[in-house]
Structure formats: structure tokens, C-alpha cells
Design a protein around this ligand. Sequence first.
Ligand SMILES: NC(=O)c1ccc[n+]([C@@H]2O[C@H](COP(=O)([O-])OP(=O)(O)OC[C@H]3O[C@@H](n4cnc5c(N)ncnc54)[C@H](OP(=O)(O)O)[C@@H]3O)[C@@H](O)[C@H]2O)c1
Length: 234
Amino acid sequence: MRGKVAYITGGSKGIGFAVAQSLLAQGLRVAISSRSIEAAEEAKERLGGGDNILALESDVRSYKSEQTAIEQVNHTFGQLDVLIANAGVGHFAPINELSADQWKEVIDVNLTGVFHSVKASLKSLEESKGYIITIASLAGTNFFAGGAAYNASKFGLVGFTQAVMLDVRHQGIKVSTIMPGSVSTEFNQRTPTDADAWKIQPEDIGQIVVDLLKMNPRTLPSKVEVRPSRPPKK
Ligand SMILES: NC(=O)c1ccc[n+]([C@@H]2O[C@H](COP(=O)([O-])OP(=O)(O)OC[C@H]3O[C@@H](n4cnc5c(N)ncnc54)[C@H](OP(=O)(O)O)[C@@H]3O)[C@@H](O)[C@H]2O)c1
């Protein structure tokens, strides 16, 4: 693990930030992105700063921007071993209230954005025999009212990730999708409180990423569902 390089899309907060913390603790060098360079730089400082962390501005909705981000990672660290395609957004509304702009943003970020990050990093990952991990959701297998856009993006992302896994495993690239249930983050304009203690904590997803990277090379947990062990009873 030590000295390997990971690029985490959407590393300014939440799950992406916690994954960066976990990987740094294992001796990896990490690049974290945000739509805002100020937010990425501020996250870099909260991670401890230093030469092992690269803060990047990139909006995953732009393929060109993701290509530039990967170029910057290669330029700074000389390699790319792990892509964590994490950046995501949510709009939750019944179909008659969901706007076309909201639909487009969710699909563009959560699905097409991951395609951009994966496509832009493939050549580097072929060279390093690397690992792609997408952060999907249990919403990629469980549908719910008000979830039309989010469910569509995450069902799509699970299918995309599994197909890519079959495409590239013979080139030595591992691909997994992590599908968390409720994680205590600021996702969808929430503010985590003590009442969220039952939820998965972001660092728990960091631990799962580390466990996947440490798995024996012959074995690939390709789809990892993660749920709170004791959710409130309905
Ligand atoms: N929280 C949950 O319960 C939960 C459960 C299952 C799956 N997930 C998934 O986990 C992932 C991370 O969510 P989170 O809970 O950590 O949410 P969060 O705290 O809101 O963090 C989202 C991250 O994505 C970045 N981002 C958003 N749009 C972006 C774009 N267009 N380009 C680049 N970066 C972008 C944000 O960066 P900036 O705002 O700084 O640009 C931020 O770093 C998402 O894919 C989400 O769907 C979350």
C-alpha cells in the first residue's frame, strides 16, 4: 500500500474525505477533488497538508476536466494506482415535482461523471495494474418513492461498474462498487447530529476501501453492500 497513489473524486467532505484519511494512514499519496479549489485546499489542510496530498479542482461532469485532473495526478506523483469515483449529489422528489434540471444534474454527476473519471484514468490504471472503486448506494438495488433520479443514477452506476469489471479484469485492473445505506454526512444539505449515531460513519467506508485494497490479488469482492447493523425499527 505504501507509496501507492489514489485519486478520490469529491474528497472535500463526507465519504471521500474519510477515504482520503484512511488511505493516508496506510501510507498512500492521495489526490482529492472538488468543484472548488478553495474547498479542496481547505480539505487538504484538514487532512494534515504536505506533499502526500494534492488538491484539485474538477467537476466530474466535464470529461476534459477529469482528463486534466488525471494528468495533474500523474505529473505530481508519477503514477495512479487507485481511483475512488465518489462524487455524487441527490435530488429527491416525486416525478411530478422533479425538474428536468434536477434529473440532469443527478445523472450527469452520479453516472456520466463516473464514466468520465473511469475513462480518463484507464490508461494509467492499466500501467499500474490498479483498482477502481465506485461509491454507489443501496439505492442502486432498493428503489423508493421520490427516488426516480437518484435510483436511476445508482442502479445505472452498479450496472456500469459490473460491466467495466468484466471488461478490464484480464488487464489486471480490479473493479468494485461499494453500496452503502445511510451514512452520516452532509449529503443532500443535511447536518449530522447525535441522532445519526446509528448510521454508518464515513470512516467505516474508509475501512472497507482499505480492506478491498488489501484483499489477495486472486479475489475480487465486486459488489459490496453495506448497511447500518441496527437501524431504528419502523
Ligand atoms: N451519505 C449517504 O447516506 C450515502 C449513502 C450511499 C451512497 N452515498 C454516496 O456517497 C458519495 C459521497 O456522498 P457523501 O455522503 O460523502 O456526500 P457529501 O458529504 O455531500 O460529499 C459529496 C462530495 O462530492 C463532491 N461533488 C459533488 N458534485 C461534484 C461534481 N460535479 N464534481 C466533483 N465533485 C463533486 C462534493 O464536493 P464539492 O461540493 O466541494 O464540489 C463533495 O466532496 C455520493 O456518490 C453519494 O451518492 C452516500
